[in-house]
Ligand binder design. Structure first.
Ligand SMILES: [Fe+2]
Ligand SMILES: [Fe+2]
Length: 201
């Protein structure tokens, strides 16, 4: 597999607007830091983080066409909330245009919006890095999620899923069934870290 990150960056810069490109660099760096501490392949984390939003600036109608052409038509939940389209479409573009063939990297891109039950470490890293990278808006929960990300990534994942669920329902949308399945899985799966939850570390 071609792992020339400099070349990926040059191509990506043309595919994204400036803010989205800066965000993607932030996710690349943050994914690398999380990979250091949690023992994941750092190059894979950088590539997945860098490319996770590679479809984000393509119009939704075009994203739908790309997905249909690839034999992966959108789910109803993706048509109802079209901001979800870019993750599955991004995995297609990462494969076809950036020639990424590592299934774990492609899945980290594919599931970065709603997550899924039983995520790989790389999938968790990109999901969490997307939320906490340095250019993200300073939400009230950001400080504790950033800290948790480096101590207990499952706890960070669950807090992000809860935050996204509250944001989506606050906007008047029904949460996507995929994100409910992922949230339910981690809610029942993870052992609550009382020290983190109570701000003791
Ligand atoms: Fe995204
Ligand atoms: Fe993103």
């Amino acid at each position: 597999m071609n792992k020339d990150i400099i070349e990926y960056r040059k191509t990506l810069e043309k595919d994204l607007d400036q803010n989205r490109f800066e965000h993607s660099l932030g996710v690349e760096y943050t994914s690398a830091c999380l990979a250091f501490i949690h023992g994941c392949n750092v190059t894979d984390a950088r590539i997945a983080g860098l490319l996770h939003d590679c479809a984000k600036c393509i119009p939704h109608s075009e994203q739908i066409k790309i997905m249909e052409k690839a034999g992966q038509p959108p789910l109803k939940e993706e048509l109802d909330n079209q901001s979800l389209l870019h993750s599955k479409c991004g995995a297609i573009i990462a494969h076809d245009k950036y020639e990424i063939d590592d299934p774990d990297i492609l899945n980290a891109i594919r599931f970065h919006t709603v997550g899924r039950p039983n995520m790989s470490l790389l999938e968790k890293i990109v999901y969490v890095a997307d939320f906490i990278e340095p250019t993200r808006k300073e939400l009230q929960i950001m400080e504790r999620v950033r800290k948790a990300a480096f101590i207990d990534i499952d706890q960070a994942l669950l807090w992000i899923m809860e935050s996204v669920r509250d944001y989506v329902s606050g906007k008047g949308y029904a949460p996507a069934p995929s994100s409910i399945a992922a949230h339910d899985f981690y809610k029942n799966q993870i052992k609550v870290n009382e020290d983190l939850r109570n701000g003791r570390i």
